[in-house]
Ligand binder design. Structure first.
Ligand code: SF4
Length: 474
């Protein structure tokens, strides 16, 4: 299920291409396949070798671009961005890529993640005379790069990145190169591919399939990779790396047809469902998954438990952004726009309802009610990740700690509140085993902080909630 229903929001996707005659169109298609990572704004910056041109706006990729706007973006290199806003409303100014022009050169930045020491850096930079145009933490990186003052851009970026802490999958564009970097913890995914002679980079590999590109490899934590007409040059800005890829990319965010670090998301979710069936079996007649992100885990649960998988819940795909939503009163009367239970499947049945996570608990409660109203005899809720008890500071809007139901309530209390007949979560070990990352790294190279409170980076006191209190939204 996607963000607006559940309360977990991914904060952006980045895409870039170098060496293609129609870089803007390739980026448009790439962004389209990353749309699930952000639906509030989109933008593309393109270089023709002499200057950078930009087009961006609020809304879906399809709302922001048309044939005309793409035709005006001529060039062989481009970066693009899709964005999710957590605070404020239509803040076009924060739409990415951010483009900075100076007398000698231009620089565009597209960023996925969250800088946890952005507020402190911003104060310091303002004290030194910087004037900020946006409330985005990404602009902090641009000021740091500009102030680094090395004759070579790569050295300036390396110097800037040693000062920022947190999560960043970064794509930079200048007139004659595209440069990508990943934070030393590799919290967000970023992959490189080839499309003929052109290079492409993307938050997710699903974008490569759409444009017919071949996956080469994931960008490694601490790498700074320059791609220009001479090819690809790999450098590092940090050797003190500790891969901590966000577990929720596997559980919920990434598209099932993407792979992160060589692990296919659908297969990882299916394995999580299998582990869940081992850890939390129950006697039932059908297994169903909450569309879309929990279907794979439900299939895995069904396979291992031997209980048939059925399509017990249907998502209404055509609820657009401009659709007039029912008022609270109508909602209470049962007007449901986003999900429906399939009566013919669940009536009189003991149903296992697999979902990938519980944030505030309101969605799960509604779905249990939907299934019961459709005649389900019992509803057993199985969650393919551990309880979320801590907020995320790395670019996922998981609400404040107090809003996370599992941070204040026991599993039994949550079960009772949602009206389920039973409730069980996957264990942290089950999550690690199910995803199947190499076990020779701490935590299998995963961030587990929202489940364990063990944050892979220093957390700054002002970053009590990443977007409300750090910079007011990206
Ligand atoms: S805290 Fe949770 S949501 Fe945030 S990066 Fe870590 S695993 Fe992902």
């Amino acid at each position: 299920m996607r963000a607006e229903i559940k309360g977990l929001n991914e904060e952006c996707g980045v895409f870039g291409v170098w060496g293609h005659i129609d870089a803007a169109s390739i980026t448009y298609y790439g962004l389209h396949s990353l749309q699930h990572r952000g639906q509030e704004g989109a933008g593309i910056v393109v270089t023709d070798g002499d200057k950078l041109n930009i087009h961006k706006g609020m809304g879906l990729v399809n709302d922001v671009f048309n044939t005309d706007s793409l035709q005006h973006l001529k060039g062989h290199g481009a970066i693009g961005h899709v964005r999710y806003t957590t605070a404020g409303g239509s803040d076009f100014i924060n739409c990415q890529p951010l483009l900075f022009n100076s007398q000698t050169s231009s620089l565009a930045l597209a960023h996925n993640g969250n800088i946890v020491n952005a507020t402190a850096l911003k104060h310091q930079l303002e004290h030194q005379g910087s004037i900020f145009q946006t409330t985005s933490d990404t602009e902090v990186i641009a000021h740091l790069i500009k102030r680094s003052g090395y004759p070579n851009l790569q050295d300036s970026i390396k110097n800037a990145l040693t000062m920022v802490k947190g999560a960043y999958a970064l794509a930079c564009l200048v007139e004659d190169a595209m440069i990508v970097a990943l934070d030393p913890n590799g919290l967000r995914p970023l992959a490189i591919g080839k499309l003929g002679d052109a290079y492409v980079v993307s938050s997710e590999t699903c974008a490569f399939d759409i444009i017919g590109a071949e996956y080469i490899r994931d960008v490694q934590p601490g790498e700074l990779i320059t791609i220009n007409d001479e090819g690809m040059h790999v450098d590092r800005f940090s050797l003190a790396t500790n891969r901590s890829i966000c577990s929720m990319e596997y559980v919920y965010f990434a598209r099932p047809d993407s792979s992160v670090d060589g692990i296919n998301i659908h297969m990882a979710r299916k394995n999580l469902g299998r582990k869940l069936a081992d850890e939390a079996p129950v006697e039932a007649d059908v297994v169903t998954g909450v569309p879309d992100s929990s279907i794979s885990a439900a299939i895995g649960y069904a396979e291992t438990s031997g209980i048939p998988y059925e399509l017990g819940l249907i998502k209404n795909r055509y609820v657009g952004r401009t659709f007039i939503q029912p008022s609270q009163a109508l909602r209470e009367q049962g007007v449901k726009m986003k999900l429906s239970a399939v009566r013919g499947v669940v009536e009189g049945k003991r149903v296992v309802m697999v979902d990938d996570s519980i944030v505030r608990g309101t969605t799960a409660r509604r779905i249990v009610r939907l299934l019961k109203e459709a005649g389900a005899a019992e509803v057993h809720v199985r969650i393919s990740s551990p309880p979320i008890i801590n907020p995320c500071y790395y670019g996922i809007d998981t609400s404040t700690k107090g809003e996370l139901i599992a941070s204040t309530k026991s599993v039994e209390d949550i079960r009772e509140e949602m009206g389920a007949d039973s409730l069980a979560y996957l264990s942290v070990d089950g999550l690690k085993d199910g995803i199947g990352r190499p076990d020779n790294m701490p935590n299998c190279g995963q961030c587990l902080a929202c489940f364990t409170g063990e944050y892979p980076t220093e957390i700054f006191p002002e970053a009590d909630h990443p977007y409300d209190k750090v910079l007011g939204g990206k």
